[in-house]
Design a protein around this ligand. Sequence first.
Ligand code: RIB
Length: 302
Amino acid sequence: MKVLCFGSLNIDYTYKVDHFVKKGETLSSESLKVFSGGKGLNQSIALAKAGVETFHAGAVGEDGGFLLEELQKAGVNTDCVTVREDVRTGNAIIQNDREGDNCILLYGGANQAITKEQVDTVLARFEHGDFLVLQNEINELSYIMEQAHRKGMKIILNPSPMNEKILGLPLDSVDYFLLNEVEAGQILSRDVTKRFDGEALAKELLQRFPTAAIVLTMGGAGSVYLDKEEMVRQPVCKVQAVDTTAAGDTFTGFFIGGILRGSSVKESMEMASRAAAIAVTRRGAAPSIPLLEEVECFSEEK
Ligand code: RIB
């Protein structure tokens, strides 16, 4: 069984700021750091660090070589990443404020230049029972899902960043949804200005997609797993956050990693929660993702 993550690769320009810049304001940043990132790349690295043999597919420009090196260093196979001469690598402008929160502006670049031919070539290397991990930072998602489903691959979708494109995807073919309350609310066409009850949303999502498993993250309230047989609640681990970038990607990679290594849902949720807690104590996206041994040794701040 192989795992393919078909997703974005970004150069993250991370600016440390006191607060997020407001409309009409010019703000000096305290520092600029350049990190490897992109939800796809981060999740591939988290999967590999969680101990799963991982293949990454996607596209970069000629300026994206260091992203491939970062993936390879973590043990990810990058043979399915196309290096394009005609387009630059995707990037993200990230503001990281004094509370450790972030806001992100994306430029798609090569991530939005995936072709159907590339999809066909990549998927030809995978077969029935292999896993496909997707997020929402590349184009051709519908085609990828249709072709993968036809082959009998298991589809894991993290519908992030959420936008109207997600609602047009063949969501009935998804085996695992990993998402937050706002994303779940939008899939269920809820008024996103209202507060959501996370567990109720997970139950409704399961009614709508009864063959899927739902992993819903609820910020400080932890996360919940739900399928037609079991429900597992997982509290968050308490830590001092310095940068929340890639915490969700780390959670996703370690949860799926745990399931694929044969751990129970409960153990996988615990590992994912610990891994995400470690990630928020470190700056940057991919560089903040811990190794499996670090996650196993982690103990919460009291
Ligand atoms: O989830 C974090 C990621 O979102 C960052 O690495 C950034 O590139 C954006 O894709």
